[in-house]
Write a protein that binds this ligand. Structure first.
Ligand code: AMP
Length: 190
């Protein structure tokens, strides 16, 4: 059973790698961004609220995310999981750690895909035309990147400092298959 967290700023390729590794290990891919985007299709009050927050590049509340992830992990925790896009705040990581402790499950690998803002901006603009995601336009890139710097980077630093034997930094400027190879090598090593 393998439990993995992927970190990285928007556009770093964490979703792509999480999907590839999920198929490689045959472990469920839990992307909170994908789950939230599916909820937008409901067109109810919650969906309208989420749409406002997500299209502006801000973070959805910790309570909503913690409840989404814990209900999914109750199902997937026994088979392993790949978390993509969660935890994004220190409150979420606290919640996750308590939740996993209670069910005696630990994280085996934390991959932090690092990339600089210039490469990232170009990639997000390209992805925006391919996937027509409303939150990928130039106006919200900065908000999303700042959310990453203000919140999520603190979370990945927390794991780097406290879980150093499971934490790996990966160069996100490499090609997709090069990044995948690096990740697979790490998975094979242990
Ligand atoms: P992503 O596809 O991971 O880039 O997520 C798209 C958007 O969904 C983010 O910009 C946030 O608005 C929201 N979102 C996804 N995961 C989280 C999270 N863990 N906490 C708060 N908001 C999130």
């Amino acid at each position: 059973m393998t439990n993995i967290i992927f970190f990285g700023p928007p556009g770093a390729g964490k979703g792509t790698q999480a999907k590839i590794i999920s198929e490689y290990l045959k472990v469920p891919h839990l992307s909170t961004g994908d789950i939230l985007r599916k909820k937008l299709l409901d067109k109810d009050n919650l969906a309208n609220e989420l749409k406002k927050i997500m299209s502006s590049g801000n973070l959805v509340s910790d309570d909503i995310l913690n409840s989404i992830v814990s209900s999914r992990l109750k199902k997937d925790a026994s088979t392993g999981f790949i978390l993509d896009g969660y935890p994004r705040t220190l409150k979420q990581s606290e919640f996750l750690n308590n939740f996993l402790n209670e069910i005696s499950i630990s994280i085996n690998y934390i991959f932090n895909i690092k990339i600089n803002f210039t490469i990232l901006k170009d990639r997000i603009i390209k992805r925006s035309s391919e996937e027509s995601r409303e939150d990928d336009n130039i106006n919200v890139i900065e908000t999303r990147y700042n959310e990453y710097l203000n919140s999520t980077e603190k979370v990945s630093n927390f794991y780097r400092d406290n879980y150093s034997n499971t934490y790996y930094e990966i160069d996100g400027s490499l090609q997709i298959d090069e990044i995948t190879d690096k990740i697979k090598k790490i998975l094979k090593k242990s």
